[in-house]
Design a protein around this ligand. Structure first.
Ligand SMILES: [Zn+2]
Length: 276
């Protein structure tokens, strides 16, 4: 048994093949190409491929093979959108950029991870440097190949965490897709925050960010960690799907996920208060 989550990650880095997950079609032009842990999504557009997140550097070759397995050429990736500056989303960015010459988008508030505070990337020695070409404009949309992606700033998990929303047309209907850019709350315990030198107020920031996107309509949730997506069995749905993608439509899943995360952090804060 592994002692800590950090030990588990180190083990994954040594044996990345254990994180293999088969790539699959989600719905319309959206494909899952990530790992059993961190997700990556590929959007096939009229102007080329757009990739959301790049998993760890160790699993990037696996992700690139998954893209090929689905019949796409990874050299056609034009944009890589990173939802926050942690190693398990940006670790593969260098490999993808070297292969395709793609733009790399990041939240401006995470830029300092890559300039002054590489330690904030976590496992930073495992993240080869890459060229950040664009920062999200929270007042605008990324208009690419017929897809209009709306970035929303959701600070808390990291200062620059960015959630992404876009519409697809499915069987004559407009459906909204949503990917929360960073919802992990495991580091928000008081002791952990004081150890890493982050003020307690980050928890309010985190809760405000949940509130900000809670009521956005999302019909198709693209989870950042499908294996721990609360209240929605993403893997199970992918196994049962008949190729239509209909099973992924669940307009309540987004709210369930965010409410669960909010309740989790409120319960943690209450427990800490009682301990005082
Ligand atoms: Zn993270």
């Amino acid at each position: 048994m592994f002692q800590t989550f950090g030990d588990r990650i180190t083990n994954w880095m040594k044996n990345p093949n254990q994180l293999y997950h088969r790539p699959f079609h989600v719905i319309e032009n959206i494909y899952f190409v990530g790992t059993d842990w961190a997700a990556a999504y590929l959007l096939d557009t009229k102007e080329g491929l757009l990739l959301i997140n790049s998993t760890m550097s160790e699993t990037a070759p696996m992700m690139i093979e998954s893209i090929k397995e689905l019949g796409f050429d990874p050299k056609n990736i034009r944009k890589l959108l990173i939802t926050h500056g942690h190693f398990d989303h940006c670790g593969g960015a260098r490999a993808v950029q070297e292969l395709s010459g793609c733009e790399i988008w990041l939240g401006k508030h995470d830029e300092f991870f890559f300039t002054d505070r590489r330690d904030m990337i976590l496992f930073e020695d495992h993240v080869p440097e890459f060229r950040i070409t664009n920062f999200y404009d929270y007042k605008g949309v990324i208009d690419f190949g017929g897809v209009r992606i709306k970035p929303v700033h959701c600070p808390g998990h990291t200062p620059g965490t960015t959630s992404l929303f876009f519409d697809i047309q499915h069987k004559g209907e407009t459906l909204s897709c949503g990917l929360h850019g960073g919802i992990g709350s495991s580091f928000l315990a008081r002791d952990t925050l004081s150890r890493i030198g982050v003020p307690l107020s980050v928890r309010d920031t985190y809760l405000d960010s949940i509130e900000k996107v809670r009521d956005i309509r999302v019909d198709v949730v693209l989870p950042a960690y499908p294996g721990i997506f609360i209240g929605h069995d993403f893997w199970g749905i992918s196994e049962a799907d008949d190729g239509s993608g209909d099973g992924f439509i669940d307009s309540e899943a987004w709210g369930r996920m965010l409410d669960a995360k909010r309740d989790e952090i409120l319960a943690l804060m209450l427990r800490e208060e009682e301990e005082l």
